[in-house]
Design a protein around this ligand. Structure first.
Ligand code: NAG
Length: 439
C-alpha cells in the first residue's frame, strides 16, 4: 500500500496542517477565490461573476479528456453553504498553500490523477481545477463531507443503532424529513461500520426482520436493504408492522443497547429520531450507560414543534451526544454532519496508520470517471485533535494492477488487490459496481 506514496498524502496533510497553524483566523477577511461553479461566466452586462472570472481550461487526455487547469486547483462549495462565509473564506485562503504540493506531486508522479482537500467546513479544493457542471435544476448537492473517502478518513469504525418514532403523528412532511435523516445517516456509514434500524410506536421492532437483533456491516448491500425496508414501515398500518414479535416500548433503549453488544465496540451511538413526546429513560440509561457513557445518544427532533424539546435535549446531553432540531428538509444534511464532528477521530500520533483506501467504485459525479478506482485519503488534524478536513487522491485500479508483472504470476497465477483495512479491491472473480451518484 505504499504505491504512489503514503509519502504524497503525508506531504499534503502536513502542508494543510502547517498552513492552518500559521494562519490567524480573520472574521472580516475578504478574499476572492475561483469558485468552479462561477468561473468563465458573465452576468447580463457581460461582466465576470464575483468569485468567477477567466479560468483557462484545456482538454487533458490524462484526466478523462476533461478540460482542466493543471496550474492551479479551484473550489466547489455545496449550494446550501454560503460561499462567502468567514469559515469558508479563511479555509480557502489557508489551503491555497496546497497548490504547490499538488503541482509538485503531479510533476514527480505523472500517473497521479485527481488530488483534493475536503474541508470540514464544506468546501472542496480539487486539483487540477475544473468547471463544475450543476445538475438540471442548477444546484450542486455534491458535499465532500459525505463522500466515502471523507467519512472513512474522518471517523473511526462506528456502531450505530437508528431508533425512529413511527407513531401516528409521524406523517406527511415529518415522515419525509425523518426518512431523509435516516438515509443521510446511512450515507455516512461504510464497510467499517455496523448498523441497524429500530422503529417504534407502542411497540418496538427491527425495520429489517432479517437483521433482527444484530448489527450488520454497513456495506452497500446492507445499506440498500435498510433503505428499501423503510418504505413499508412508514406507509402501512402499524398493527401489521408490529405483529412479528413486538417488544414493549419500555424496552426500546435496552433493545438498542443489546444490539450494540455485537458490533465493533469502538464508537457507539444511538440516533433517536422523533417528532414528539419522549420519556427520558433515566432508569434505563442509569442501568446500562452511566457513569462511563460508553454509548453516545444523538437526538433529532423532527418538525416545527419544539414543545417536546426538553426531554430529547436531556437525553442527548446526558449521554455525551448532540441534540438537533430538524424542521425542514434543507436542515437535514448539516444537522446529521454534526454527529461526525463529535465522533471524529481522536488525536492521532502516528499518521502512517491513518491512510484509508475506499471500496472500489466509479465516480460519475465529479470526474466522470468510468474506470474502477479507489480513493486514498487521510485526515488533517490540528495538534489538539480538531479535524480540519481530509486530503486524498484517486488511483485507478488498472494502474495498481500494472504492478503485478504477468510473467511472474505463472500459468495459473492471478493477481488480486487487498487493502490494509481488508477490502478486496480487485480480483478476477470480483465485479464491484458501485457508482456514486448525486442524491
Ligand atoms: C482582515 O481582513 C480584512 C479584509 O480583507 C482586512 O482589512 C484586515 O486588515 C484583516 N485583519 C487582520 C487582523 O489581518
Amino acid at each position: 500500500t505504499d504505491f504512489c506514496g503514503g509519502f504524497l498524502r503525508q506531504k499534503l496533510a502536513d502542508a494543510a496542517e502547517d498552513a492552518d497553524l500559521y494562519h490567524d483566523y480573520n472574521d472580516t477577511m475578504e478574499f476572492e477565490y475561483f469558485n468552479s461553479m462561477l468561473i468563465n461566466k458573465v452576468d447580463e452586462d457581460g461582466n465576470p461573476l464575483p468569485l468567477g472570472g477567466a479560468f483557462p481550461l484545456e482538454e487533458n487526455e490524462h484526466f478523462n479528456k476533461l478540460p482542466v487547469n493543471v496550474q492551479t486547483s479551484n473550489i466547489q462549495v455545496p449550494t446550501n453553504v454560503y460561499n462567502r462565509d468567514p469559515d469558508i473564506v479563511n479555509g480557502v485562503y489557508m489551503s491555497e498553500a496546497l497548490d504547490n504540493v499538488f503541482i509538485d506531486n503531479f510533476q514527480k508522479d505523472p500517473t497521479l490523477t485527481w488530488q483534493y482537500f475536503g474541508s470540514a467546513t464544506g468546501f472542496f479544493r480539487l486539483y487540477p481545477g475544473i468547471q463544475w457542471i450543476p445538475d438540471e435544476s442548477g444546484v450542486v448537492t455534491f458535499d465532500c463531507r459525505n463522500r466515502n473517502w471523507y467519512i472513512q478518513a474522518a471517523t473511526s469504525p462506528k456502531d450505530v443503532v437508528i431508533v425512529v418514532d413511527v407513531s401516528g403523528s409521524m406523517k406527511g412532511l415529518r415522515l419525509t424529513i425523518a426518512k431523509h435523516t435516516i438515509n443521510t445517516i446511512l450515507d455516512t456509514l461504510g464497510e467499517n461500520d455496523f448498523v441497524n434500524i429500530i422503529a417504534y410506536s407502542d411497540y418496538v421492532r427491527y425495520v429489517e426482520p432479517c437483521f433482527k437483533g444484530t448489527l450488520v456491516q454497513a456495506d452497500l448491500d446492507n445499506r440498500e436493504v435498510q433503505t428499501s425496508s423503510l418504505n413499508p414501515v412508514c406507509h402501512i398500518n402499524h398493527k401489521l408492522l408490529f405483529s412479528a414479535n413486538p417488544i414493549e416500548k419500555d424496552y426500546l433503549i435496552i433493545t438498542a443497547a443489546t444490539a450494540m453488544g455485537q458490533g465493533s465496540l469502538c464508537n457507539q451511538a444511538i440516533m433517536l429520531i422523533t417528532d414528539g413526546a419522549m420519556e427520558d429513560f433515566e432508569d434505563v440509561f442509569e442501568e446500562f450507560n452511566w457513569p462511563d457513557k460508553r454509548v453516545r445518544v444523538f437526538t433529532y427532533l423532527i418538525g416545527r414543534e419544539v414543545t417536546f424539546a426538553e426531554n430529547t435535549k436531556w437525553i442527548a446531553c446526558n449521554n455525551k451526544g448532540y441534540y438537533t432540531h430538524v424542521s425542514t428538509l434543507a436542515d437535514v444534511q448539516e444537522n446529521v454532519m454534526e454527529y461526525l464532528h463529535v465522533l471524529s477521530r481522536p488525536m492521532v500520533i502516528n499518521h502512517d496508520h491513518d491512510i484509508i483506501w475506499t471500496e472500489a467504485y466509479m465516480d460519475s459525479v465529479v470526474t466522470q470517471n468510468l474506470l474502477l478506482m479507489t480513493s486514498v485519503a487521510m485526515p488533517v488534524l490540528l495538534s489538539h485533535g480538531i479535524l480540519l478536513g481530509v486530503v486524498g487522491t484517486d488511483v485507478a485500479l488498472k494502474e495498481l494492477m500494472r504492478l503485478a508483472l504477468r510473467y511472474k504470476l505463472g500459468v495459473h497465477g492471478y493477481a488480486f488487490l487487498i487493502t490494509n483495512n481488508g477490502y478486496i479491491l480487485s480480483h478476477p472473480d470480483l465485479r464491484p459496481l458501485l457508482i456514486h451518484e448525486e442524491t
